[in-house]
Ligand binder design. Structure first.
Ligand SMILES: Nc1ncnc2c1ncn2[C@@H]1O[C@H](COP(=O)(O)OP(=O)(O)OP(=O)(O)O)[C@@H](O)[C@H]1O
Ligand SMILES: [Mg+2]
Length: 237
């Protein structure tokens, strides 16, 4: 099944993501930060992006976990692991720094060198095919991974690399450090669905006829937030 099957609304957001992929295919690099409240549909949009990107390039992904370990570089490790066949293309100093950061050596891992090594590793991978790095739930990444990925996002140029982040603004209000690292990067605000797609989403999960007043109330109360809408629908059954 396509990742965007059953996706309601989101024409504006999908256009932004599709444009990013077109630019990537032209050899340009892009960083983008999706921001929105819990349940508004960021992960769903990232899944759409990954599905589209996977048809014409490579996709690597990682996500912060709320109860996750704070082990330094663990998210970076997840992102880089599928690209390590290009590790040998890095300079010896970069290999030592990145290898040490990722637990493959015991040299020194200066942050700048690790950042430059990741940038070059992404660029090397993108020589084969455009590379899309998808980083979900940034607010819960381990801090070192967040810092390095923010560094890389700011230095992307013409490598055919896209670095696309999603930040849960509800959760990042409590843990704002990683979100702050991404300040100033191009942003896509993900808001609630408009009235019509919200109603279509609701209609798609209704098992039978429901009082129109109840439907109106669910749509209004959810403010177009798909997760809230689905939960309110469940509660009203
Ligand atoms: N445009 C959409 N059309 C239909 N369903 C959607 C849409 N967007 C999101 N959903 C559904 O709403 C729920 C929440 O979406 P999603 O997990 O993408 O939100 P999120 O922004 O990533 O939330 P969180 O910040 O809590 O991770 C999921 O069940 C998803 O399938
Ligand atoms: Mg999510």
């Amino acid at each position: 099944m396509r990742a965007d099957a059953g996706l309601h609304g989101r024409a504006r957001e999908l256009e932004v993501l599709d444009r990013l992929l077109l630019e990537l295919r032209d050899g340009r690099s892009r960083a983008l930060v999706l921001r929105g409240e819990s349940g508004v549909g960021k992960t769903t949009l990232l899944a759409h992006l990954a599905e589209r990107a996977g048809r014409a390039g490579r996709v690597v992904r990682t996500a912060g976990v709320e109860t996750g370990s704070e082990i330094a570089y663990s998210n970076l490790h997840e992102l880089c692991a599928p690209l390590m066949h290009r590790f040998g293309r890095l300079t010896p100093a970069q290999q030592e720094a990145l290898g040490t950061a990722l637990g493959m050596g015991d040299g020194s891992a200066g942050h700048l060198l690790v950042g430059l090594a990741v940038l070059d590793l992404f660029a090397e991978a993108a020589v084969e095919e455009p590379l899309v790095c998808v980083v979900d739930d940034v607010q819960w990444l381990d801090g070192m991974s967040a810092a390095i990925l923010a560094f890389v996002a700011r230095r992307l140029d013409a490598e055919a690399v896209a670095l696309v982040f999603a930040v849960n603004t509800t959760a990042s209000a409590l843990a704002p450090a990683n979100d702050r690292l991404l300040a100033g990067l191009p942003e896509l605000r993900v808001e609630g669905l408009a009235d019509e797609p919200a109603r279509k989403l609701l209609a798609s999960v209704l098992a039978g006829p429901v009082d129109p007043g109840v439907l109106d109330r669910i749509v209004a109360e959810s403010r177009g937030n798909p997760l809230a809408l689905l939960e309110l629908h469940r509660d009203h059954r």
